[in-house]
Design a protein around this ligand. Structure first.
Ligand code: GLY
Ligand code: MN
Ligand code: MN
Length: 461
């Protein structure tokens, strides 16, 4: 069942489209959503709209194409799939043209079949077309066919698109700074994520399967109004944490190991992204504590540095230097922090970056460099993750034996504010003391009442 945007969201969607229209400079822009993707012959993967399309339209229906032609008398159109009575009986009737015009402020609704003809008629005013290939292959094919058909007619005065641009680049720039509306959804995603993490930590004990922890996260997310996981969750016990994208989550947790849990809820299609590394026994041993403190120190240094005016590069340098200093202290590498970074030794144990943009996508596609190649500077409303980590392969003889096969990451979702930053996921225990206290006290409460109380607290806070 499609949700209709609220009056407030409709006003915001109009503002987003107006801002985009100003930068289209008379061109025509197409924004296809995704279609349904098959899992096997009769079943499909869960549908999620394409993010730039959703950002501009508020529509969560598959196979719709939005068209913006600011110079036209009907500047905002949708092209919708044809759904016959049989398909409607199985999968639902989709949106009526009346509802689309009434609820989504669309000027005109067409059948998807009319797209080439309508597009051809709009090319008179401008020869610039904005489109992102690879989302709707059929549309890509139709566009090529149209252009190739029109091109020979150009010398007879027929308007032909000559300039093709990536439609998403402009929208991705708009998406960089989140509005108050978007931040509200991100905060809700963060609250639900925090509740899910706490409930999941309560399940951790030797012998528990990683998939049980994963199931608990998903259960909490869905029952609290999330669409589900924002990405495939990682529940990696012991040396599984050294595989960065371990998502099989099919082994058992062992006493004395750490378990790395990287999981976030998606609410209103906005993502949250949190990682914590928890001792299966409830307490860190000395080596784990030392390694954990290295990552925590880096994370805290990064969080303290986030503020308007800061370059992303500064964060990467700070992260690398702090982790390198920690690895030297742990006896894993030798040299000065600068040498350890420069000679590639840090990258063996910290192969990713300090974090990423986050929003409608877990890895939001906002630029990391401006279109002229300048580094991006943080400003209020930007949202990012901070996620230093260190990963020690089981077979690495440079690593002290006590640390081999250990992976630690600490990740939070953060918004840049005028005064500095706010951690949206601050409710999830993070220091050694907080984690050990939580793991100790969880045993004294009933799981259901415990999560319910915490959820209530989170909602109030
Ligand atoms: N969970 C994906 C990431 O941390 O980037
Ligand atoms: Mn992340
Ligand atoms: Mn993550």
């Amino acid at each position: 069942m499609t949700r209709f945007p609220t009056a407030k969201l409709r006003r915001e969607l109009q503002r987003r489209r107006s801002r985009l229209a100003r930068s289209l400079r008379g061109g025509v822009a197409l924004f296809p959503s995704y279609g349904i993707r098959r899992r096997n012959i009769h079943h499909e993967y869960p549908f999620r709209p394409e993010s730039c399309f959703y950002y501009l339209s508020g529509c969560s229906e598959p196979n719709v194409v939005a068209l913006l032609a600011p110079a036209d008398a009907e500047p905002y159109r949708w092209f919708v799939p044809n759904i016959d009575a049989v398909a409607a009986q199985w999968d639902g009737a989709g949106l009526s043209a009346d509802a689309i015009v009434r609820e989504f402020d669309v000027d005109r609704v067409h059948s998807i079949d009319e797209l080439p003809t309508v597009l051809e008629s709009l090319f008179g005013a401008s020869d610039r077309l904005y489109h992102r290939t690879g989302i709707n292959r059929e549309l890509d094919r139709q566009l090529l066919q149209l252009v190739e058909r029109l091109r020979p007619l150009a010398r007879r005065g027929r308007a032909v698109p000559r300039e093709f641009r990536d439609a998403h680049v402009l929208v991705e720039e708009l998406r960089a700074k989140k509005s108050a509306y978007e931040l509200k959804s991100m905060k809700r995603a963060a609250e639900i994520t925090a509740t899910g993490h706490l409930a999941a930590y309560a399940e951790i004990e030797p012998g528990r399967a990683e998939c049980e922890i994963e199931a608990r996260l998903g259960y909490e997310y869905r029952r609290r109004g999330a669409t589900g996981h924002a990405y495939l969750p990682i529940v990696a016990g012991g040396s599984n944490a050294a595989t960065l994208h371990y998502t099989r989550n099919e082994e058992s947790l062992a006493d004395g190991d750490l378990v790395l849990i990287d999981s976030g809820a998606e609410f209103d299609y906005y993502a949250c992204d949190v990682t914590r590394t928890i001792p299966v026994s409830g307490t860190f041993d000395a080596a784990q504590r030392a390694a954990y403190s290295v990552v925590l120190q880096a994370q805290e240094a990064l969080l303290a540095r986030i503020a308007p005016g800061v370059y992303l590069e500064e964060l990467q340098t700070l992260c690398a230097r702090t982790l390198a200093r920690g690895l030297i202290k742990l006896g894993v590498v030798k040299g000065t922090p600068a040498q350890v970074v420069r000679d590639g030794h840090l990258a063996r144990y910290f192969p990713h970056s300090f974090g990423h943009w986050i929003g409608l996508d877990t890895h939001d596609p906002n630029p990391y460099r401006t279109r002229t190649g300048e580094p991006v500077i943080l400003s209020p409303g930007m949202t990012l993750t901070i996620e230093p980590g260190i990963y020690f392969p089981t077979s690495d003889r440079c690593v002290p034996k006590t640390l081999r096969g250990c992976g630690i990451r600490i990740e939070d979702t953060v918004v840049v504010t005028r005064a500095g930053s706010r951690v949206l996921t601050a409710n999830v225990p993070k220091t050694v003391r907080e984690i050990e206290k939580f793991m100790k006290e969880r045993a004294s409460a009933e799981p259901e009442s415990r999560t319910a109380t915490r959820d209530a607290k989170l909602m109030m806070g």
